[in-house]
Write a protein that binds this ligand. Structure first.
Ligand code: GZL
Length: 327
């Protein structure tokens, strides 16, 4: 009985404490950090790819450089873990929350809780599909539709003198994620202009090498005449290369490969001729994220959307820049 009473008393005291801390709302003065030090709660998707590892390093290094206290969590690609982390950051009264939503949908409830707690939220890397734009201050990240279009444009140019059918297989990113949806749509938007381009198989490889290899093995068994692989990231493309070589075919020659990201291992495979073309997607979002966080916590206006600068690479260009790549 005593235990139950003390738990109830403790719960009541805790609730009062959180409310007291919360009275000032978000902002360096109102957050748990007090003083001028900003505390950021960051929920990362996971550690599924070379891109993600580089993105995590960029965020952590930039927080240190900016003097921002970073509370960091890895959701292992599970939405429920991100929602738990965001709720924990709300309870801890951080000054600002930033996260890369693993999928586009299902965020309104927890983002409303952050808004009600007067804690600003910044989306980084991936977007959410909520119609309520007041649930976050800004979205910093790439234009994935544009990335898909760049991939399609290269393919159209590559086959401009051919009238034969071009059989394409597609390794999609995580189902329901913004990069998977948009890279698929942007690519389709360009290749649909010419009926010789046919996507004969499309399946998620969840942005990982292992899954990319497994799905490519299945594609190869079911489709003897694959001309092109379009993989939504380098890691799935690198896994697919193992499958293609395991099937006795030459990647980059028997099957042309287009990927997205331009991480070091992908650029090496591009320079080696195993990948044919890479669309860059920069993971180095940390410094911009910290600048935006400082402005948001200070109550300054920030743009609704900050688009990452990025380019594309051919095999020749990869050879030239490989030694200078940061990730
Ligand atoms: C894109 C990012 C994607 C990368 C993948 O901004 O969300 O997730 O393209 C990563 O490599 O797993």
């Amino acid at each position: 009985m005593l235990k139950r009473i003390s738990a109830a008393v403790l719960a009541g005291l805790t609730a009062m404490a959180v409310t007291a801390c919360g009275s000032g709302g978000g902002g360096a003065s109102g957050g748990s950090s007090g003083a001028d030090v900003i505390t950021m709660g960051f929920s990362q998707v996971g550690a599924e790819s070379g891109w993600r590892t580089a993105n995590t390093k960029s965020v952590q290094d930039a927080a240190k450089e900016a003097g921002i206290t970073l509370k960091f969590s890895d959701a292992q690609q599970k939405q429920e873990n991100q929602i738990k982390a965001i709720r924990s950051y709300i309870q801890q009264r951080v000054d600002v929350i930033a996260f890369s939503p693993v999928v586009e949908s299902g965020w309104d409830t927890v983002l409303k809780e952050a808004k009600d707690a007067n804690i600003p939220v910044i989306l980084t890397d991936r977007a959410v599909d909520s119609p309520d734009k007041s649930l976050y201050k800004t979205f910093l990240g790439s234009d994935f539709v544009e990335e898909g279009k760049k991939a399609g444009t290269w393919l159209v140019e590559e086959y401009k003198d051919s009238t034969d059918p071009v059989n394409i297989v597609e390794l999609q990113g995580t189902t329901g994620s913004a990069p998977a949806n948009d890279r698929r749509d942007g690519f389709q938007e360009v290749i649909k202009a010419d009926p010789k381009f046919k996507v004969i198989a499309s399946q998620t490889g969840d942005f990982t090498r292992a899954k990319g290899k497994e799905v490519m093995e299945a594609f190869l068994k079911a489709n003897p005449d694959i001309d092109v692989l379009y993989a939504h990231n380098d890691d799935m493309g690198l896994g697919a290369i193992e499958a293609i070589e395991g099937a006795g075919k030459v990647p980059g020659q028997d099957i042309k490969i287009i990927t997205v990201d331009a991480v070091k291992d992908g650029m090496q495979a591009l320079a080696d001729g195993k990948i044919s073309f890479i669309v860059e997607c920069s993971p180095l979002l940390g410094p911009q994220l910290m600048d935006l966080a400082k402005k948001v916590v200070a109550g300054e206006q920030v743009p609704d959307r900050v688009v990452t600068e990025e380019t594309t690479f051919t095999q020749e260009q990869a050879k030239e820049v490989l030694s200078t790549r940061q990730y």
